[in-house]
Design a protein around this ligand. Sequence first.
Ligand SMILES: Nc1ncnc2c1ncn2[C@@H]1O[C@H](COP(=O)(O)OP(=O)(O)OP(=O)(O)O)[C@@H](O)[C@H]1O
Ligand SMILES: CC(C)(CO)[C@@H](O)C(=O)[O-]
Ligand code: BAL
Length: 283
Amino acid sequence: MSAPIVVDNVAALRAQIRNWRRDGLKVALVPTMGALHDGHISLVKIALEEAERCVVSIFVNPTQFAPTEDLDKYPRQLARDLDRLREAGAHLAYTPGVADMYPAGFATKISVGGPSAGLETDFRPTFFDGVATVVAKLFLQAAPDCAVFGEKDYQQLCVVRQLCRDLDLPVEIIGAPTVRDSHGLAMSSRNAYLSEAERGVARKLNVVLRQTAAELASGADEASAVGEAAEALVRAGFRKVDYVAAREAVTLAPWRQDRDGRLLAAAWLGTTRLIDNVEIPGA
Ligand SMILES: Nc1ncnc2c1ncn2[C@@H]1O[C@H](COP(=O)(O)OP(=O)(O)OP(=O)(O)O)[C@@H](O)[C@H]1O
Ligand SMILES: CC(C)(CO)[C@@H](O)C(=O)[O-]
Ligand code: BAL
Protein backbone atom coordinates (compact mmCIF):
# COMPACT_ATOMS: atom_id res chain seq x y z
CA MET A 1 0.00 0.00 0.00
CA SER A 2 1.25 3.52 -0.64
CA ALA A 3 1.70 5.97 2.23
CA PRO A 4 -1.24 8.27 2.93
CA ILE A 5 -0.98 11.92 1.92
CA VAL A 6 -0.43 13.88 5.14
CA VAL A 7 -1.91 17.38 5.41
CA ASP A 8 -1.96 19.58 8.49
CA ASN A 9 -4.17 22.47 7.39
CA VAL A 10 -7.68 22.91 6.11
CA ALA A 11 -6.70 24.59 2.83
CA ALA A 12 -4.60 21.59 1.78
CA LEU A 13 -7.30 19.19 2.96
CA ARG A 14 -9.97 20.95 0.89
CA ALA A 15 -7.70 21.14 -2.19
CA GLN A 16 -7.13 17.37 -2.13
CA ILE A 17 -10.78 16.56 -1.52
CA ARG A 18 -11.80 18.93 -4.34
CA ASN A 19 -9.55 16.95 -6.71
CA TRP A 20 -11.17 13.68 -5.68
CA ARG A 21 -14.66 15.15 -6.06
CA ARG A 22 -13.77 16.43 -9.54
CA ASP A 23 -12.95 12.81 -10.40
CA GLY A 24 -16.34 11.72 -9.04
CA LEU A 25 -14.90 9.83 -6.07
CA LYS A 26 -16.86 9.24 -2.86
CA VAL A 27 -15.06 10.34 0.33
CA ALA A 28 -15.33 8.81 3.82
CA LEU A 29 -13.98 10.39 7.01
CA VAL A 30 -12.78 8.51 10.11
CA PRO A 31 -12.30 10.99 12.99
CA THR A 32 -9.77 9.85 15.61
CA MET A 33 -7.49 11.12 18.32
CA GLY A 34 -4.62 8.91 17.11
CA ALA A 35 -2.73 6.16 19.02
CA LEU A 36 -4.35 3.92 16.44
CA HIS A 37 -5.27 0.33 17.30
CA ASP A 38 -7.23 -2.43 15.58
CA GLY A 39 -10.52 -0.75 16.53
CA HIS A 40 -9.57 2.32 14.51
CA ILE A 41 -8.31 0.18 11.64
CA SER A 42 -11.68 -1.60 11.49
CA LEU A 43 -13.27 1.83 10.93
CA VAL A 44 -10.84 2.50 8.07
CA LYS A 45 -11.76 -0.84 6.48
CA ILE A 46 -15.47 0.00 6.68
CA ALA A 47 -14.75 3.46 5.23
CA LEU A 48 -12.91 1.85 2.31
CA GLU A 49 -15.89 -0.42 1.64
CA GLU A 50 -18.22 2.59 1.61
CA ALA A 51 -16.14 5.07 -0.37
CA GLU A 52 -13.30 5.28 -2.86
CA ARG A 53 -11.24 7.61 -0.66
CA CYS A 54 -10.68 7.41 3.09
CA VAL A 55 -9.56 10.42 5.14
CA VAL A 56 -8.49 9.80 8.75
CA SER A 57 -8.25 12.81 11.04
CA ILE A 58 -5.83 12.62 13.96
CA PHE A 59 -6.44 15.39 16.44
CA VAL A 60 -6.33 15.20 20.24
CA ASN A 61 -9.16 17.64 20.77
CA PRO A 62 -8.51 19.79 23.86
CA THR A 63 -12.10 21.06 24.14
CA GLN A 64 -13.45 17.62 25.03
CA PHE A 65 -11.06 17.18 27.97
CA ALA A 66 -11.90 18.73 31.34
CA PRO A 67 -8.96 20.48 33.07
CA THR A 68 -8.62 17.51 35.44
CA GLU A 69 -8.48 14.93 32.61
CA ASP A 70 -5.63 13.29 30.70
CA LEU A 71 -5.07 15.72 27.78
CA ASP A 72 -1.34 16.05 28.48
CA LYS A 73 -0.62 12.37 28.91
CA TYR A 74 -2.95 11.18 26.09
CA PRO A 75 -0.77 8.92 23.86
CA ARG A 76 0.61 10.64 20.76
CA GLN A 77 2.51 8.50 18.21
CA LEU A 78 2.07 9.98 14.74
CA ALA A 79 4.85 8.04 12.95
CA ARG A 80 3.41 4.71 14.08
CA ASP A 81 -0.12 5.86 13.25
CA LEU A 82 0.95 6.74 9.69
CA ASP A 83 2.48 3.26 9.29
CA ARG A 84 -0.79 1.69 10.38
CA LEU A 85 -2.76 3.89 7.98
CA ARG A 86 -0.46 2.93 5.10
CA GLU A 87 -0.95 -0.78 5.87
CA ALA A 88 -4.73 -0.25 6.04
CA GLY A 89 -4.86 1.64 2.74
CA ALA A 90 -6.15 5.00 4.02
CA HIS A 91 -5.58 7.75 1.47
CA LEU A 92 -5.11 10.86 3.59
CA ALA A 93 -4.20 11.65 7.19
CA TYR A 94 -5.40 15.05 8.38
CA THR A 95 -3.29 16.19 11.35
CA PRO A 96 -4.20 19.78 12.22
CA GLY A 97 -2.61 21.54 15.18
CA VAL A 98 -4.59 23.07 18.02
CA ALA A 99 -4.01 26.59 16.62
CA ASP A 100 -5.42 25.50 13.24
CA MET A 101 -8.61 24.12 14.77
CA TYR A 102 -9.01 26.75 17.49
CA PRO A 103 -7.24 29.93 16.36
CA ALA A 104 -7.02 32.84 18.81
CA GLY A 105 -10.47 34.32 19.33
CA PHE A 106 -12.35 31.06 18.63
CA ALA A 107 -15.65 31.50 20.50
CA THR A 108 -18.21 28.96 19.26
CA LYS A 109 -19.58 25.87 20.95
CA ILE A 110 -22.11 23.32 19.70
CA SER A 111 -24.26 21.77 22.39
CA VAL A 112 -26.36 18.76 21.40
CA GLY A 113 -29.35 17.77 23.56
CA GLY A 114 -31.27 14.48 23.39
CA PRO A 115 -28.89 11.53 23.71
CA SER A 116 -26.17 13.58 25.37
CA ALA A 117 -28.23 13.76 28.59
CA GLY A 118 -26.92 11.65 31.49
CA LEU A 119 -24.39 8.76 31.32
CA GLU A 120 -21.06 10.35 30.23
CA THR A 121 -22.42 13.89 30.72
CA ASP A 122 -23.05 13.23 34.41
CA PHE A 123 -19.30 12.68 34.83
CA ARG A 124 -17.83 14.68 31.92
CA PRO A 125 -20.26 17.62 31.70
CA THR A 126 -18.46 19.49 28.90
CA PHE A 127 -17.34 16.40 26.94
CA PHE A 128 -20.05 16.27 24.26
CA ASP A 129 -19.90 20.03 23.61
CA GLY A 130 -16.23 19.52 22.75
CA VAL A 131 -16.94 16.44 20.64
CA ALA A 132 -19.88 18.02 18.77
CA THR A 133 -17.93 21.21 18.07
CA VAL A 134 -14.88 19.43 16.68
CA VAL A 135 -16.92 16.87 14.72
CA ALA A 136 -18.98 19.67 13.13
CA LYS A 137 -15.74 21.46 12.21
CA LEU A 138 -14.23 18.30 10.73
CA PHE A 139 -17.40 17.67 8.70
CA LEU A 140 -17.42 21.24 7.39
CA GLN A 141 -13.71 21.08 6.61
CA ALA A 142 -13.69 17.73 4.85
CA ALA A 143 -17.31 17.66 3.60
CA PRO A 144 -17.24 13.85 3.48
CA ASP A 145 -20.09 11.78 2.03
CA CYS A 146 -19.99 9.53 5.07
CA ALA A 147 -18.16 9.19 8.38
CA VAL A 148 -17.50 6.10 10.50
CA PHE A 149 -17.72 6.08 14.30
CA GLY A 150 -17.23 3.16 16.69
CA GLU A 151 -19.98 1.70 18.87
CA LYS A 152 -17.38 1.49 21.64
CA ASP A 153 -18.23 5.15 22.27
CA TYR A 154 -21.94 4.41 21.93
CA GLN A 155 -23.34 7.61 23.42
CA GLN A 156 -20.94 9.64 21.24
CA LEU A 157 -22.27 7.82 18.14
CA CYS A 158 -25.86 8.71 19.12
CA VAL A 159 -24.87 12.34 19.77
CA VAL A 160 -23.16 12.62 16.38
CA ARG A 161 -26.24 11.21 14.63
CA GLN A 162 -28.40 13.78 16.46
CA LEU A 163 -25.96 16.58 15.51
CA CYS A 164 -26.22 15.70 11.80
CA ARG A 165 -29.98 15.37 11.93
CA ASP A 166 -30.53 18.66 13.76
CA LEU A 167 -28.09 20.75 11.68
CA ASP A 168 -28.89 19.06 8.34
CA LEU A 169 -25.24 18.11 7.93
CA PRO A 170 -25.21 16.02 4.75
CA VAL A 171 -22.97 13.26 6.11
CA GLU A 172 -24.11 9.65 6.43
CA ILE A 173 -23.07 8.34 9.86
CA ILE A 174 -21.99 4.70 9.92
CA GLY A 175 -21.73 2.90 13.27
CA ALA A 176 -19.02 0.22 13.50
CA PRO A 177 -19.05 -2.76 15.89
CA THR A 178 -16.65 -2.71 18.84
CA VAL A 179 -13.38 -4.55 18.24
CA ARG A 180 -12.27 -6.54 21.30
CA ASP A 181 -9.22 -8.53 22.35
CA SER A 182 -9.52 -12.30 22.62
CA HIS A 183 -10.84 -11.87 26.20
CA GLY A 184 -13.55 -9.39 25.23
CA LEU A 185 -11.79 -6.22 26.37
CA ALA A 186 -12.79 -3.36 24.05
CA MET A 187 -9.72 -1.93 22.34
CA SER A 188 -9.10 1.64 23.45
CA SER A 189 -6.18 4.03 23.26
CA ARG A 190 -6.45 4.44 27.02
CA ASN A 191 -5.77 0.70 27.54
CA ALA A 192 -2.13 1.75 27.11
CA TYR A 193 -2.34 3.18 30.64
CA LEU A 194 -3.18 -0.23 32.16
CA SER A 195 -0.69 -2.48 33.95
CA GLU A 196 -0.81 -6.23 33.18
CA ALA A 197 -2.76 -6.84 36.40
CA GLU A 198 -5.23 -4.03 35.60
CA ARG A 199 -5.72 -5.42 32.11
CA GLY A 200 -6.87 -8.71 33.70
CA VAL A 201 -9.46 -6.84 35.75
CA ALA A 202 -10.46 -4.67 32.76
CA ARG A 203 -11.52 -7.80 30.89
CA LYS A 204 -14.24 -8.39 33.49
CA LEU A 205 -16.10 -5.28 32.36
CA ASN A 206 -17.43 -6.90 29.23
CA VAL A 207 -18.12 -10.21 31.01
CA VAL A 208 -20.28 -8.48 33.63
CA LEU A 209 -22.09 -6.38 31.02
CA ARG A 210 -22.91 -9.39 28.86
CA GLN A 211 -24.23 -11.36 31.85
CA THR A 212 -26.34 -8.43 33.00
CA ALA A 213 -27.73 -7.76 29.50
CA ALA A 214 -28.78 -11.42 29.27
CA GLU A 215 -30.53 -11.15 32.66
CA LEU A 216 -32.34 -7.97 31.58
CA ALA A 217 -33.41 -9.55 28.30
CA SER A 218 -34.93 -12.44 30.22
CA GLY A 219 -36.94 -10.18 32.51
CA ALA A 220 -34.71 -9.39 35.53
CA ASP A 221 -35.61 -6.28 37.54
CA GLU A 222 -33.61 -3.43 35.98
CA ALA A 223 -32.62 -1.57 39.17
CA SER A 224 -31.42 -4.75 40.90
CA ALA A 225 -29.57 -6.03 37.83
CA VAL A 226 -27.60 -2.83 37.20
CA GLY A 227 -26.92 -2.43 40.94
CA GLU A 228 -25.56 -5.98 41.13
CA ALA A 229 -23.45 -5.36 38.01
CA ALA A 230 -21.83 -2.33 39.65
CA GLU A 231 -21.13 -4.37 42.79
CA ALA A 232 -19.65 -7.20 40.69
CA LEU A 233 -17.28 -4.71 39.01
CA VAL A 234 -16.05 -3.43 42.37
CA ARG A 235 -15.56 -7.00 43.60
CA ALA A 236 -13.58 -7.73 40.41
CA GLY A 237 -11.17 -4.89 41.26
CA PHE A 238 -12.58 -1.70 39.73
CA ARG A 239 -11.91 1.24 42.07
CA LYS A 240 -15.12 3.11 41.27
CA VAL A 241 -18.10 2.62 38.97
CA ASP A 242 -19.44 5.84 37.42
CA TYR A 243 -22.52 4.15 35.99
CA VAL A 244 -24.05 0.94 34.72
CA ALA A 245 -27.27 1.86 32.93
CA ALA A 246 -29.79 0.37 30.50
CA ARG A 247 -31.08 2.68 27.76
CA GLU A 248 -33.22 2.49 24.65
CA ALA A 249 -30.78 1.78 21.82
CA VAL A 250 -31.48 4.69 19.46
CA THR A 251 -32.57 7.65 21.60
CA LEU A 252 -30.84 6.60 24.83
CA ALA A 253 -34.15 7.30 26.61
CA PRO A 254 -34.99 5.00 29.56
CA TRP A 255 -34.97 1.36 28.46
CA ARG A 256 -38.19 -0.57 27.79
CA GLN A 257 -38.11 -4.31 27.63
CA ASP A 258 -40.01 -4.49 24.32
CA ARG A 259 -37.39 -2.32 22.57
CA ASP A 260 -33.80 -3.00 21.59
CA GLY A 261 -31.65 -1.64 24.36
CA ARG A 262 -28.05 -0.93 25.23
CA LEU A 263 -26.35 -1.55 28.54
CA LEU A 264 -23.62 1.04 29.06
CA ALA A 265 -20.98 1.40 31.75
CA ALA A 266 -18.02 3.50 32.80
CA ALA A 267 -15.65 2.45 35.58
CA TRP A 268 -12.24 3.34 36.96
CA LEU A 269 -9.24 1.06 37.27
CA GLY A 270 -6.73 3.04 39.28
CA THR A 271 -6.46 6.32 37.41
CA THR A 272 -7.77 4.94 34.10
CA ARG A 273 -11.42 5.34 33.14
CA LEU A 274 -12.84 2.66 30.84
CA ILE A 275 -16.18 2.58 29.04
CA ASP A 276 -18.01 -0.25 27.32
CA ASN A 277 -21.50 -1.22 26.21
CA VAL A 278 -23.41 -4.24 24.91
CA GLU A 279 -26.70 -4.85 23.20
CA ILE A 280 -29.82 -5.83 25.17
CA PRO A 281 -31.94 -7.76 22.68
CA GLY A 282 -35.60 -6.62 22.64
CA ALA A 283 -38.28 -9.03 23.85
N1 LIG B 1 -12.49 -1.02 20.05
C1 LIG B 1 -13.04 -0.23 19.15
N2 LIG B 1 -13.85 -0.75 18.20
C2 LIG B 1 -14.46 0.05 17.28
N3 LIG B 1 -14.28 1.38 17.22
C3 LIG B 1 -13.48 1.95 18.14
C4 LIG B 1 -12.82 1.18 19.14
N4 LIG B 1 -12.08 2.00 19.91
C5 LIG B 1 -12.28 3.25 19.42
N5 LIG B 1 -13.11 3.21 18.36
C6 LIG B 1 -13.60 4.35 17.60
O1 LIG B 1 -12.54 5.05 17.01
C7 LIG B 1 -12.89 6.43 16.87
C8 LIG B 1 -11.79 7.26 17.45
O2 LIG B 1 -11.72 7.00 18.84
P1 LIG B 1 -10.52 7.45 19.75
O3 LIG B 1 -9.42 7.96 18.89
O4 LIG B 1 -11.02 8.26 20.88
O5 LIG B 1 -10.00 6.05 20.28
P2 LIG B 1 -10.31 5.34 21.60
O6 LIG B 1 -9.59 4.07 21.61
O7 LIG B 1 -11.80 5.35 21.77
O8 LIG B 1 -9.64 6.27 22.64
P3 LIG B 1 -10.00 6.48 24.15
O9 LIG B 1 -9.15 5.51 24.86
O10 LIG B 1 -9.63 7.90 24.28
O11 LIG B 1 -11.47 6.28 24.35
C9 LIG B 1 -14.23 6.60 17.62
O12 LIG B 1 -15.28 6.58 16.67
C10 LIG B 1 -14.26 5.38 18.50
O13 LIG B 1 -15.56 4.98 18.85
C1 LIG C 1 -14.87 11.75 17.63
C2 LIG C 1 -13.56 12.27 18.20
C3 LIG C 1 -12.44 12.04 17.19
C4 LIG C 1 -13.70 13.77 18.38
O1 LIG C 1 -12.53 14.32 18.89
C5 LIG C 1 -13.23 11.62 19.55
O2 LIG C 1 -14.19 11.91 20.50
C6 LIG C 1 -12.96 10.15 19.43
O3 LIG C 1 -11.85 9.84 19.03
O4 LIG C 1 -13.84 9.32 19.71
N1 BAL D 1 -13.08 7.91 22.57
C1 BAL D 1 -13.74 9.09 23.04
C2 BAL D 1 -12.82 10.20 23.32
C3 BAL D 1 -12.66 10.53 24.75
O1 BAL D 1 -13.02 9.73 25.63
O2 BAL D 1 -12.12 11.59 25.05
